[in-house]
Design a protein. Structure first.
Length: 169
């Protein structure tokens, strides 16, 4: 069973690298990759925790994302940005799909930590790349940066560094 979990973790990391490459190259996210990430991370979590607890975690994490993205959309609508412009210029649908695909990776509290730290990580990466390579794109490949950050979290957990984010997987 441990070998299967190790293989699933390796496949999950490969899929995360795929998200990074896809988002940086073409600012898109394949829906099948997102579904695969969700299923694989759920299988890994189910190997360790009871199904009722995992379903509860997924439910509350999904509510958190609905609240977060709902408030973000309301904020931009209040500022006069149309819903179409919001999804075209501010936040891509792929970014939302990716965050939904990783909700089984974290407990509620750790998802909050992950979101905050990955948003900060994304901003720092974008500013760093724009400083050194003079990138003119106003958009940030959020899903790719979040996937890269999740890879770092997975590797840090592999090497025994469980704080500040102790993921389920």
């Amino acid at each position: 069973m441990s070998l299967m979990i190790d293989l699933l973790n390796a496949l999950l990391i490969i899929l995360m690298f795929w998200v990074v490459l896809q988002d940086f190259k073409s600012r898109t996210l394949n829906l099948y990759v997102a579904i695969s990430i969700f299923l694989i991370s759920s299988i890994i979590a189910l190997n360790t925790y009871a199904i009722n607890w995992i379903l509860e975690v997924i439910f509350y994490n999904f509510l958190l994302l609905v609240l977060f993205y709902g408030l973000l959309i309301l904020f931009y609508l209040y500022r006069g940005v149309s819903l179409f412009d919001f999804f075209e210029g501010k936040l891509g649908v792929g970014d939302i799909v990716f965050t939904i695909s990783i909700i089984s990776c974290f407990t509620f509290k750790n998802l909050l930590y992950f979101l905050l730290l990955s948003f900060l990580f994304s901003l720092l990466i974008h500013k760093g790349l724009s400083f050194f390579k003079s990138i003119k794109s106003p958009t940030i490949p959020l899903a790719g940066n979040m996937a890269l950050f999740l890879i770092i979290v997975k590797f840090s957990k592999t090497f025994g560094f469980n704080e500040p984010i102790n993921s389920l997987i």
